[in-house]
Ligand binder design. Structure first.
Ligand SMILES: CC(C)(COP(=O)(O)OP(=O)(O)OC[C@H]1O[C@@H](n2cnc3c(N)ncnc32)[C@H](O)[C@@H]1OP(=O)(O)O)[C@@H](O)C(=O)NCCC(=O)NCCS
Length: 206
């Protein structure tokens, strides 16, 4: 067992304040010393996110989308990048030989009512380095900031890495099983109601 889940971040430094409906960009340090930028996705990230999906194995895409390993239609991908409620975070290595840093992971938070749904996709060659656990913790933080009462995760029962990442949160979660699909519900400590959070954001950015 690794110690990643206990403290994946050696650094998690805000780099600037985020705009409305976005998360503050931060620099994340993995236990092996690699640094990544974590920021909210924008529409222009579509090619990078398409590339992320292309470079993932069929198994990873299947575990993320539960519906075969087919590629997502660009329109659906665009909606994922800038959700009406919630946030999408992207991870890019800070040191990259290519002029445009590749997107190596995506974390989605989609809000509905007083609950948010979370999902992750880490590129296969970046898995098992603590990135998934770190992103999940950031999604929990984002959901709490936005005032959601609980976080739902739909996870295939055989998906050990994701189940371990959730367990590493150290929060009790309720589990509901529908065949091979588990829904884990993690209660959150919402600071404010989602309506209040939305109002605060809109006032702050006027
Ligand atoms: C699930 C996923 C996000 C985890 O990302 P990751 O960067 O590999 O996660 P971490 O490195 O933080 O590892 C999380 C835990 O899983 C374990 N783990 C990672 N890869 C593993 C593997 N191939 N086999 C067994 N355990 C594994 C780690 O050891 C760690 O557990 P520990 O802290 O108890 O040791 C990533 O594997 C992924 O994108 N999978 C495909 C999409 C998916 O399954 N999404 C989830 C749908 S909600």
């Amino acid at each position: 067992m690794t110690r990643w889940g206990e403290q994946t971040l050696v650094a998690d430094r805000p780099t600037r304040r985020a705009g409305r409906g976005r998360a503050d960009p931060v620099t994340l340090g993995l236990p092996d010393g690699t640094e990544l930028g974590i920021r909210s996705a924008v529409g222009d990230d579509l090619p990078g996110v398409v590339d992320l999906h292309e470079r993932c194995s069929a198994r990873s895409r299947n575990r993320r989308y539960h519906g075969g390993s087919a590629r997502l239609a660009p329109a659906r991908m665009r909606r994922l990048l800038e959700p009406a409620r919630g946030v999408t975070l992207l991870a890019t290595p800070t040191a990259s030989p290519s002029p445009v840093a590749p997107v190596v992971a995506m974390a989605n938070l989609l809000g509905e009512g007083d609950t948010a749904e979370a999902a992750l996709l880490v590129r296969d060659d970046w898995q098992r380095r603590g990135l998934g656990s770190a992103l999940l913790r950031r999604l929990v933080g984002q959901a709490e900031q936005r005032g959601y009462a609980a976080l739902d995760l739909h996870i295939q029962a055989e998906n050990t890495p994701m189940l371990r990442a959730v367990r590493r949160l150290g929060r009790p979660s309720a589990v509901d099983r529908d065949g091979s699909l588990l829904t884990l519900t993690v209660p959150l400590i919402a600071a404010v109601s989602p309506i209040r959070a939305a109002l605060d954001l809109s006032v702050a950015t006027r």
